[in-house]
Design a protein around this ligand. Structure first.
Ligand code: ADP
Length: 654
């Protein structure tokens, strides 16, 4: 499942759960509240039943008191009257003899006599049955309630109480009291129980027999039934409680739970919004990262980051491709990087140490040689810069690498063609000089020859005069002098270069040639070592010519080593002081470890146009010797042990 879907699913589940939880909480709170109301109602019902029961018991005692000391009927009537006036729940009291004949009777003063319309005889059976129950129980007994019609369509529910009168263990009569159920509700139940609820007596099927309290309309009704057990009958007391219009927050608990739920939903919403913002930021970041990665991957410049200990911490694909090692191989490197050519590793190690010591590299970069995994050497241009973190501290070095193989090839091509051009130019000059010389010398030589021939002819024919011969000799002398002048002018031309000499330090000479030497050294994988004592005196020379000599010798040495089988190609350039008795001079030497010079080659080494190379001209060494000899030095070569050749020349001090 994609993460976005899963996240959405989780969020929906969370929201559904929280909503379900909140609804359950609100519902539980409502139910709790309802149960509170219900139990209060039940408590009230129990209390009401208790009140009715104790009032009825009290009434029984008061009624028994009416018969105290067997009163005369007139006294009884007065007492009963007084009693009824105080007890509105009672409608009528009768005193009957044991045969159920009424001795005296009193009606309540608060309403019309109850049995006027109905007729007392209609309830005679009820009364008799109740009294027999009472006799059996030898105590008060109540009848089941029945309806008594009072007026057209009006009536009331009544209940009889029969109290057997016993004197000295003998039944002397009955006291029958008629209770109004409505009266019981009105008089015997305290007011606060009926204030907010409806109270009624009901039948088993729910029909109301009597009712008290206001019948309010409301949606929620709480109801409870409580049985009122009396001897002989059982009444059902019903309490109804109306709740007002449905309250959303019926009580503090529900309100609190609802408020907390709302707060929870608000927090959920805020969290969701925060999450969305985070996701957006995350998305932006991922996009930026992807862009950066694409940029790094498509770069053709190699990139490498190193920490302050020299360990590689990052390389881009271009760098890996350049050196042929994977990023893992490069990052797990130990001291020497795997792409360092073995012959240069020491030098690179030194350079790295210098860098790690904090010395900043040149801004414009420097050239170096790396080794591909396959062994080929690659010339590279390195541009290094310190890696600075947000706190402004340096955490390492960042380097960019440019593969300059193609550049080198082009440079080499142009250099070679320039070399060839120069050589051709030199040859042309030599040729021109030769033709000039021959042309210039031709005339005087031809003249000398013809004078000499003429004189010989005259001498042979014997008709010569001394004057003729003298003239011819004079002419010959003149022409010879002219030829001499031609030669001198060439000599002068060559000598004119003497004026170009100045005093230079060997350091300056090498500074000028090293870039060119290194260029070729890199191409032929030669390591160039330069040994120059720190303070060397100046030499008097024509800079350009001597530089050319050094260059020629170095190139010959490197070319000599360009044969298979030489593992570590080293070219040593060295300068030493040489003091003999009358001369003070410097000795320059160029040492290679090539195959050396065979004796047959050695004989012709300085012969112009002698070469063993396909592209060679064979002029290099002969020119070198001329130049050095013109400077008053000499050029020689000796074999080098164990192999190779040392070419050395001397130059006088300035
Ligand atoms: P070129 O270099 O054009 O051939 P040079 O006069 O400079 O002309 O050299 C002549 C020949 O001498 C070279 O062809 C080569 O055979 C030989 N030679 C010169 N220097 C060395 C050297 N250091 N080791 C071996 N042979 C050399």
């Amino acid at each position: 499942m994609p993460p976005a879907w899963r996240r959405r699913g989780l969020w929906s589940a969370l929201i559904v759960l929280v909503l379900a939880l909140l609804f359950t909480l609100v519902w539980l709170a409502g139910r709790y509240e309802a149960s509170q109301v219900q139990s209060r109602l039940e408590r009230d019902a129990t209390e009401a039943v208790g009140e009715v029961r104790s009032a009825l018991t009290r009434n029984v005692q008061s009624l028994q008191a009416l018969q105290f000391n067997e009163p005369a009927p007139s006294v009884w009537l007065a007492d009963a009257h007084a009693f009824l006036r105080e007890h509105r729940e009672l409608l009528r009291i009768e005193w009957r003899d044991p045969a159920q004949k009424i001795i005296a009777q009193v009606e309540t003063p608060f309403s019309a006599p109850v049995f006027d319309r109905f007729g007392r005889t209609n309830s005679q059976a009820d009364v008799v049955q109740t009294c027999s129950t009472a006799r059996r129980l030898s105590g008060p007994a109540y009848s089941t309630s029945y309806f008594v019609l009072l007026a057209e369509g009006l009536g009331t529910e009544v209940m009889e109480l029969c109290l057997p009168l016993v004197t000295a263990g003998r039944l002397t009569g009955y006291l029958v009291a008629t209770y109004s159920l409505q009266g019981i509700l009105n008089e015997l139940i305290s007011r606060q129980l009926t204030r907010s609820q409806e109270i009624s007596f009901t039948e088993g099927d729910g029909t109301r027999l009597a009712i008290r309290g206001q019948a309010r309309r409301a949606d929620r009704v709480f109801t409870t039934h409580q049985l009122l057990d009396l001897s002989g009958t059982t009444l059902v007391l019903r309490l109804d409680n109306w709740r007002g219009a449905p309250d959303l927050f019926p009580n503090v608990l529900t309100a609190l739970v609802t408020a907390m739920s709302l707060a929870l939903i608000a927090i959920l919403y805020l969290l969701g919004r925060d999450m969305r913002r985070r996701l957006k930021v995350e998305g932006d970041l991922a996009e930026a990262l992807a862009f950066r990665k694409a940029m790094e991957d498509s770069l053709i410049t190699g990139l490498r980051a190193r920490d302050l200990n020299g360990h590689i911490t990052y390389v881009n694909p271009a760098f890996c491709e350049m050196v042929g090692f994977s990023a893992e191989e490069l990052m797990s490197q130990s001291v020497n990087a795997p792409y360092w050519p073995p012959e240069l590793a020491d030098e690179y190690k030194k350079r790295q140490d210098i860098r790690l010591a904090g010395t900043a590299p040149p801004r414009e970069g420097f050239e170096s040689v790396f080794m591909h995994k396959g062994g080929t050497r690659i010339p590279v241009l390195i541009i290094e810069a310190p890696l600075i973190n947000e706190q402004g501290e340096q955490t390492g070095w960042m380097s960019a690498f440019l593969d300059i193989r193609e550049q080198r090839r082009v440079e080499e091509l142009s250099r070679a063609s320039q070399d060839r051009l120069q050589a051709t130019a030199r040859l042309a000059m030599v040729g021109e000089m030769a033709s000039l010389l021959s042309h210039e010398l031709n005339q005087p030589l031809a003249a000398i020859s013809s004078y000499a021939t003429g004189s010989t002819n005259l001498l042979r024919e014997g008709r010569h005069t001394s004057a003729d011969l003298e003239l011819a000799m004079l002419r010959i002398a003149q022409q010879a002098e002219r030829a001499g002048k031609v030669i001198k002018s060439v000599h002068d031309f060559v000598r004119r270069r003497d004026q170009a000499r100045d005093a230079v330090t060997p350091h300056a000479l090498f500074d000028a040639v090293m870039p060119l030497v290194n260029l070729q050294a890199r191409k032929l994988s030669v390591q160039v070592q330069l040994r120059l004592p720190p303070s060397l005196p100046r030499v008097l020379c024509d800079r350009t010519m001597v530089e050319q000599v050094l260059l020629n010798l170095a190139r010959n040495g490197m070319q000599a080593m360009d044969v298979p089988g030489i593992s570590r190609r080293v070219l040593l350039l060295e300068v030493k002081r040489y003091n003999n008795a009358d001369e003070r001079q410097l000795v320059f030497s160029v040492t290679d470890i090539g195959p050396g010079i065979a004796p047959e080659v050695a004989q012709q080494l300085f012969t112009p146009f002698f070469t063993t190379k396909a592209e060679g001209m064979g002029l290099g060494l002969s020119l070198c010797r001329t130049v050095i000899e013109q400077h008053g030095g000499n050029l020689s070569f000796t074999p080098h042990t164990p192999q190779g050749t040392v070419f050395s020349f001397t130059l006088p001090l300035a």
